[in-house]
Ligand binder design. Structure first.
Ligand SMILES: Cc1cc2nc3c(=O)[nH]c(=O)nc-3n(C[C@H](O)[C@H](O)[C@H](O)COP(=O)(O)OP(=O)(O)OC[C@H]3O[C@@H](n4cnc5c(N)ncnc54)[C@H](O)[C@@H]3O)c2cc1C
Length: 463
């Protein structure tokens, strides 16, 4: 990594979604020996063979939002950048779309919009289709249609030996199951075929509430998670304390995928409160995701982490209090901005087919809340201290939630820190099954050796 501090001016030099785009500054600072930009599956297969022969290490980049640096760029190794795999083909019967692994959701939604269609995918435009989908994928449609990983019909995958597989539920059922949550570990996916559905305009936006509404927001959020009966309504909560004075702002991101009015009743409890601002309106999915994109600035230094807890009001509030304490320790870090996310994982989001998925979440565990940190800052000198405080936050939340019985082992891969044992969080039975699948398709165990930068099935630690 470069030793240069990331300044705000330096941050702005990061290009907007070019091949060198990475969401986190730490990834942009890694210097690979070589960057390969394949234009088709044959290029990817040939590249893997060369990597193997040379004994180099590699990393794969799709949309570039990986929350930890080594996951998506290979220091002194080969970075395989999929950004030229951009084909998007809607099927003749309009029920599916084949997407190149380098596409971002904004591009996909725009194309689907022209056909009156949507798909289960990311909530911001710049996020990559393949990274988000293979890690799980929480969407504006997940209560009705499940996670993104459970809405894939087929994958084109290049194995460590260069062989290309077409994976469907019928052709390779074991691998098809494993792809749902651990797809990035088996090889390089070059194309995904996703289910589509008819979609017109949706209702949605973000409403921000001042600190005085803290109690009411947590009450309303907890009630929404436990009692909402409308599968078309989705909401998640984002807490931030920009001034770090203990006066957090609470932002509800709300959506309804078939709005009959500007006021979907599912959100009545939030609408009783007066927001500082609100962007809720009826609009296209792409328009909504573009707005969300503009709220999530790339190029800062970031630290994330993911945990999950059973949804209990007192736990949700306790976590916010632990977060306040942690953030107070970082008051001297210039440019530090903390975001704490509460993302519901509901029983309705579990796969409805006979395949299941690798995530290891059971109906009786629900509702869960994914608790993710998205902390950002500008100066490299604060990296160590901020990471230590983030780790202490995790320890404190784990201790508190184990003590009150609301702890859950699941960690969401797509927001996890590089050293979290995500696949252990899927449950030991699922980890064992995933390891068996991995050794069947990669008998020499090449993938973990050639691609050491990603979170490994075995749980070996990354930095
Ligand atoms: C601002 C922001 C908004 C987000 N919004 C959402 C959201 O709405 N819902 C949600 O569920 N998550 C969301 N996430 C989390 C997101 O799902 C993850 O960051 C995800 O890893 C992004 O995928 P990517 O393709 O953009 O990233 P990349 O960094 O390109 O990929 C992520 C990881 O997957 C691997 N990978 C990617 N593609 C392939 C492939 N084709 N073959 C093999 N390995 C591959 C990469 O090597 C890397 O390790 C968000 C993250 C951010 C930063």
């Amino acid at each position: 990594m470069s030793s240069a501090a990331t300044t705000d001016a330096g941050r702005k030099a990061v290009s907007k979604y070019g091949t060198d785009f990475y969401f986190i500054a730490q990834s942009s600072q890694i210097v690979p020996a070589c960057r390969v930009l394949p234009i088709n599956v044959t290029d990817v297969s040939e590249t893997i063979k060369i990597v193997r022969e040379t004994g180099a290490t590699f990393a794969v980049k799709a949309g570039g939002h990986c929350p930890y640096p080594s996951g998506t760029n290979a220091e002194n190794g080969i970075t395989i950048d999929l950004s030229r795999l951009k084909d998007i083909t809607v099927s003749d019967n309009r029920k599916s779309v084949a997407v190149g692994a380098g596409c971002r959701f904004g591009e996909l939604y725009q194309k689907l919009e022209a056909h009156g269609l949507g798909c289960v995918g990311g909530r911001i435009s710049s996020v990559g289709v393949s990274g988000l989908t293979m890690g799980g994928g929480i969407s504006f449609f997940s209560s009705e249609r499940g996670l993104a990983c459970d809405n894939v019909i087929s994958y084109e995958l290049v194995l460590a030996n260069g062989e290309v597989l077409n994976i469907t539920k019928k052709s390779l059922p074991d691998l098809f199951w494993g792809m749902r949550g651990a797809g990035i570990t088996f090889g390089i996916v070059t194309r995904l075929e996703l289910k589509t559905f008819d979609l017109g305009e949706i209702w949605g936006g973000a409403s921000a509430f001042a600190h005085e509404h803290e109690t009411a927001i947590f009450d309303a959020f907890n009630k929404f998670v436990h009692t909402n009966q409308d599968p078309l309504a989705e909401a998640f909560l984002l807490v931030t304390d920009m001034a770090r004075d203990g006066n957090s702002v609470y932002t509800m991101v709300m959506s309804h995928s078939n709005p009959q009015s500007e006021n979907p009743p599912a959100f009545d409890d939030f609408k009783r409160l007066t927001p500082l601002f609100s962007s809720t309106q009826t609009r296209t999915l792409k328009n909504f995701c573009d707005e969300m994109d503009s709220q999530n600035e790339s190029g800062f230094r970031y630290r994330t982490t993911s945990m999950s807890v059973k949804c209990h009001l007192s736990t949700l509030r306790q976590i916010a209090a632990i977060h306040d304490e942690s953030v107070a320790l970082l008051k001297d870090c210039a440019g530090f901005v903390p975001y704490l996310l509460y993302q519901p994982l509901l029983e309705a989001m579990l796969p409805k087919d006979d395949v299941g998925n690798a995530l290891g979440i059971k109906p009786e565990d629900m509702p869960l809340i994914d608790i993710s940190l998205l902390w950002r800052w500008t100066d490299i000198q604060h990296d160590k201290h901020i990471s230590q405080v983030a780790d202490q936050f995790v320890e404190k939340v784990e201790k508190a939630t184990r003590a009150n019985g609301t702890f859950h082992r699941y960690q969401y891969l797509n927001y996890a820190a590089g050293h979290q044992d995500v696949y252990g969080g899927y449950g030991e039975e699922n980890r064992k099954r995933l390891l068996e699948i991995s050794s069947k398709y990669d008998p020499d165990g090449l993938m973990p050796k050639l691609r050491p930068g990603i979170i490994q099935l075995s749980g070996s630690q990354k930095v």
